[in-house]
Design a protein around this ligand. Structure first.
Ligand code: WTA
Length: 636
């Protein structure tokens, strides 16, 4: 059965149409056949149990497996010496690291043994707070190998954010490094972990990888250097037997209210779907070199750096740096150097590199490229055309992949070279995915050339299973807005040919440089500043970031200079969340537009932030219309 996952690949548009039809008419038979291409220790008793009302979804019921056996062991007989990953450092003159499938196996097993020696058991949670180095992938897989649940936290989040994530899921161990490099910056990650752990009683051990050589505190009994224990450990570890529905990982993501929630994915369905979607969307062939520029701290890194490509036995580039270091040609230089065939990035990076100019593109030979991908936010037409013309040389299909942390894998996207593309359209659903558009009341909007809120009416194998520790929240957030539907939170158009175009969030979630940030989270961080009485945050169109963060802040007659105040507020947000949530604009106001019942009218604040002040709509329900005049007058 080794490598038979490549048989999952659709080859023509007619195949796609046929698979799609089968997947809707008989989803269970469809996914049963797909799942049969993987290595299971015990076959499932039933393909699917589902209920969107009380939200309960189980795929491949009672099936037993270990995902790492499918990511690694099954490839060893044929691909042991082939490259799983090539690592490209932040610094271009640093040598690459090449990790074969056999080496990946050995590293993962060593680390699995170390985790076991820390007393980590099946079901325990392990936090991973690492830069983009191969050890981040080893860590995820080592957890999966022993049946521990990983919770990767993006290494740009602050100590406070890290701490609340560790606490929420009661992590026992943290895997981190002394520091990280991002462009010309060096960050001392260990000190962030130290600060976070002051408020996390559950953590018994911290394993520290030496990467930057920064001096760090080693707390005796708790902190252990990676190089003191990992290389000496056995490179064998018999993978734990997991149930299809055992938790594989938790990944925290922002919503429109409250703290970030821990989205839970489980082993069986996630494995089948990430592999199936990877192979089909990218049309990866043996010998291709795939590069996804995301960070493993986000879902894209989980599904399309770690799991999907490894399940498919692919060769990938892992990149530690940023697109603009040492200059805006870095991505193209790396493509040239490693002869990358599949390149997957975010629109915000494309826009930033477009702005830098073609002088950064032209020195490099990009002829190895076959497929380009986009993810994380709507790609505007201009960026799409620039990408197509200057990077793909009009020869590479662009797969505009729409999906979410909660969906686990790509749901709407062209299949490279198979689906006819259309700029800024994610085009058609993958087999097994049944999208529909609804109006505000939840009535289905049928026909084409229509617009509505995007829902999905049938489960796919990698759908979110729960939000960690709070199933009710999962039910409320995704399955209660509309009866019997999964609600995505996105607005969407369907054109005359049935192609989907995602227009952006319809809730209070912003999408800043492809990162999801809840307005409520930023507001609560701003409100931590002692001088701030109240704040309201909205997104506004931003040339590079897609959306920027606009904050209205009430500060009562302070003596402080407003520029100093703004700097302090930004520092507060950095401290509470991290630099990604830092407001781009802070307008100091004396009041916020509220209804008589005290609700902030965000619609008005959004319009002012967007600069659409000529038509603010109905303001008659406002408690104090004069507030609006002031806000318009002092807008930034
Ligand atoms: C947005 C990222 C338009 C969308 C994988 C979604 C997109 C949110 C696209 C999820 C796309 C993602 N076109 N919008 N191709 N891909 N989005 O959870 O608003 O970080 O709801 O997952 O990003 O963000 P998340």
């Amino acid at each position: 059965m080794a490598n038979s996952v490549t048989m999952l690949k659709i080859k023509t548009f007619a195949d796609y149409q046929n698979e799609y039809k089968q997947s809707v008419e008989n989803p269970e038979a469809f996914w049963e056949e797909k799942a049969s291409h993987f290595t299971w220790r015990k076959k499932w008793d039933k393909v699917l149990n589902w209920n969107f009302k009380d939200y309960d979804v189980k795929w491949f019921v009672n099936g037993k497996l270990n995902i790492t056996e499918n990511c690694i062991d099954r490839h060893l007989p044929t691909k042991g010496n082939e490259t799983a990953f090539v690592w490209e450092s932040n610094f271009e003159d640093k040598p690459n690291r090449v990790i074969t499938y056999q080496q990946l196996h050995d590293e993962v097993c060593r680390l699995a043994n170390v985790l076991k020696s820390f007393g980590v058991k099946k079901g325990d949670r392990v936090c991973i707070y690492l830069p983009m180095i191969p050890e981040a992938v080893f860590s995820m897989l080592a957890c999966a190998r022993i049946g521990a649940v990983h919770s990767v936290v993006f290494a740009g989040f602050s100590a406070a954010s890290l701490s609340s994530r560790i606490q929420d899921s009661d992590c026992k161990v943290v895997l981190t490094s002394d520091g990280s490099y991002r462009g010309d910056k060096t960050i001392n990650l260990k000190s962030v972990v130290d600060e976070a752990l002051e408020t996390c009683a559950s953590v018994t051990n911290v394993l520290v990888y030496k990467h930057t050589g920064a001096s760090v505190n080693i707390l005796s009994g708790r902190d252990i250097w990676w190089h003191d224990v990992v290389p000496q450990s056995s490179d064998r570890y018999e993978a734990e037997t997991m149930d299809s529905e055992d938790m594989l990982f938790i990944l925290y993501t922002s919503g429109s209210t409250g703290k970030p929630k821990g989205v839970v994915h489980t082993c069986g369905g996630y494995m089948v779907y990430t592999c199936y979607s990877f192979l089909n969307v990218f049309q990866y062939n043996p010998g291709d070199i795939y590069w996804c520029t995301a960070d493993v701290g986000w879902i894209t890194g989980h599904s399309y750096i770690t799991y999907g490509p490894l399940l498919a036995g692919a060769t990938s580039v892992i990149f530690e740096g940023v697109p603009t270091f040492p200059d805006a040609g870095r991505f193209w230089k790396v493509v040239d150097k490693h002869k990358v065939t599949h390149f997957y990035t975010a629109p915000t990076a494309i826009r930033a590199l477009e702005a830098a100019g073609l002088n950064y593109v032209s020195p490099y030979n990009l002829s190895s490229l076959k497929v380009l991908g986009s993810v994380g936010e709507p790609i505007n037409e201009e960026a799409w055309h620039w990408y197509n013309k200057n990077i793909g040389k009009e020869k590479c299909p662009i797969v505009d992949t729409w999906w979410q942390t909660e969906t686990g894998g790509i749901l709407i996207s062209p299949l490279a070279g198979i689906t006819k593309t259309k700029p800024s359209f994610a085009t058609l659903p993958l087999p097994g995915v049944q999208p529909l558009l609804v109006d505000e009341k939840g009535n289905e909007i049928t026909g084409n050339n229509v617009e509505g809120n995007l829902c999905i009416k049938f489960p796919w194998p990698s759908i979110i299973r729960t939000t960690f520790g709070d199933h009710e929240r999962c039910k409320q957030t995704y399955f209660s807005t509309y009866n019997n539907l999964y609600f995505t939170g996105d607005g969407c158009k369907r054109d005359e040919n049935g192609y989907y175009r995602i227009t952006g969030r319809v809730d209070d979630v912003m999408n800043v440089s492809g990162h999801r940030i809840g307005t409520a989270e930023v507001e609560s961080a701003i409100n931590m500043h002692a001088d701030v009485v109240e704040s309201a945050v909205v997104g506004y169109p931003h040339d590079i970031k897609g959306q920027g963060i606009y904050a209205y802040v009430i500060v009562p007659s302070t003596q402080k200079n407003h520029d100093i105040l703004r700097k302090e507020i930004i520092a507060e947000v950095n401290k509470v969340i991290g630099p990604i949530a830092k407001p781009d604009k802070i307008q100091i106001v004396s009041g916020l537009p509220k209804t008589r019942s005290g609700k902030i009218m965000r619609r008005i604040l959004r319009k002012v932030a967007e600069g659409e002040i000529s038509n603010l709509g109905d303001t008659s329900t406002l408690l104090d219309p004069a507030v609006v005049e002031e806000i318009v007058k002092t807008r930034l």
